[in-house]
Ligand binder design. Structure first.
Ligand code: COA
Length: 375
């Protein structure tokens, strides 16, 4: 079946090649590479900042470059008073993804990008530095009425975020697990949120608008929100037996099992899953939650071999074992994927053409207009 036949049959632009990109291979031989580097090498060896640098500039940094990059990100952590006021106005009941989107949109007003985009790299670094502060500041203010500062001895986004969330130094193990998760979530070709960012950037809009648009697309449970939905699924079972029974029932009822399936990877599976599973097992291998997760994975392998777990399935339990509230799983995804979105925004801008596809019209035939007074 050709790509266009597949798209027609399945909808959702499945199989449609929507443009060129040098950033990432996704699903070629089921592999995942960022600028040619295998995800396995990056996830096992790199801090997230190394990968963010790779995505921003196209090459891995030297030690000196990495040091200076990290310093710039650290210098971008603080929120100014106006942004704090915006965050304080957002109630505890807000969805944290809307909160993050509002903060990025507010940055577009408070710290606008220049019209010629000459400062786009500075703005990318600002976003990398500020997003963990946004979530943690709001978390403490909305829930406990306290305002946190942005000072920390933690040099990495992973360590800084974990420290500011709990207001205590995280373990090295948690920091390493978080680096791995951020590396895995950083980039994924023309997924829904990245494509949204590229569409927005193609209108020559600013970087904050493009990232805010992408956050909106990431929020849904068929995309980024799947890690939270997977957590709800797993924690809903009080034993391995209940999980097997419950998942069987869901399959009989043709319900979606969150954290399984992928548009691109198909039966070969998502290469990120094995990498994050290692961390989930290391952090919580003895717990009932992990045993329930494995039981669900094994049952799905038996009953639905064409729907292997994706990156979200074991990311959920890994975050849970780090003590992160479920509502913050997808906002963490933003802190990472912003690097990929911005790589695509830069690439789109470098060779821009407005993205404006066409549709097949299926509406009424031309008809006579009747004035409102005669309808
Ligand atoms: N659980 C149960 N059945 C699933 C499923 C899942 N997670 N994912 C797909 N299927 C089924 C569909 O119901 C459909 O069945 P049908 O042919 O009988 O109607 C079939 O598999 C094909 O699925 P489809 O929805 O057409 O595939 P897609 O490429 O459009 O969807 C996802 C891809 C990722 C949106 C889909 O697999 C899904 O919703 N997964 C759960 C959400 C998730 O984990 N998202 C994160 C992705 S990284």
């Amino acid at each position: 079946m050709s790509a266009s036949q597949a798209a027609k049959k399945q909808g959702g632009l499945a199989g449609v090649i929507a443009g060129e990109s040098a950033i990432c291979t996704c699903g070629l031989g089921n592999g995942l590479n960022y600028y040619g580097y295998a995800i396995e090498d990056l996830a096992r060896n790199c801090d997230f900042e190394e990968v963010a640098f790779l995505l921003q500039y196209g090459e891995l940094p030297t030690s000196k470059e990495l040091e200076s990059y990290k310093e710039k990100i650290i210098a971008s952590r603080a929120l100014n008073e106006n942004l704090k006021a915006v965050l304080r106005a957002i109630p505890k009941t807000a969805h944290p993804m809307n909160l993050m989107q509002s903060a990025v949109a507010a940055l577009g007003s408070l710290e606008p990008e220049s019209d010629d985009f000459k400062d786009q790299d500075e703005k990318i670094i600002r976003l990398l530095g500020v997003l963990p502060s946004v979530l943690c500041y709001w978390h403490h203010y909305a829930n406990f009425g306290r305002e946190i500062d942005f000072n920390s001895a933690q040099k990495s986004i992973a360590g800084y975020f974990l420290e500011k969330l709990e207001l205590q130094a995280p373990s090295d193990e948690f920091i390493k697990a978080m680096h791995c998760s951020l590396v895995l979530y950083a980039e994924h070709e023309f997924n829904a949120s990245t494509f949204t960012a590229r569409i927005c950037a193609s209108t020559k809009s600013d970087i904050f608008s493009s990232v805010a648009a992408a956050i909106g697309a990431l929020r849904g449970p068929l995309h980024g929100g799947a890690n939270e939905a997977a957590m709800h699924l797993i924690e809903g079972f009080s034993s391995v037996e209940a999980a097997i029974d419950g998942v069987n029932k869901k399959l009989e009822n043709k319900e979606l099992l969150m954290g399984f399936g992928h548009r691109i990877y198909g039966t070969g599976g998502d290469p990120r899953n094995a990498l994050i599973k290692v961390w989930s097992k290391k952090l919580g291998g003895d717990t009932l939650l992990f045993k329930v997760s494995e039981a669900i994975e094994n049952l799905m392998k038996e009953k639905k071999p064409n729907l292997p777990p994706n990156a979200d399935f074991y990311s959920a339990s890994a975050y849970y074992f780090m003590g992160i509230p479920t509502d913050y799983f997808t906002p963490i995804f933003i802190m990472s994927r912003v690097s990929g979105w911005c790589a695509h925004i830069k690439e789109q801008r470098a060779n821009n053409k407005l993205i404006r596809p066409s549709s097949t019209y299926i509406g009424p035939e031309p008809r006579n207009f009747i004035k409102i007074t005669q309808r």
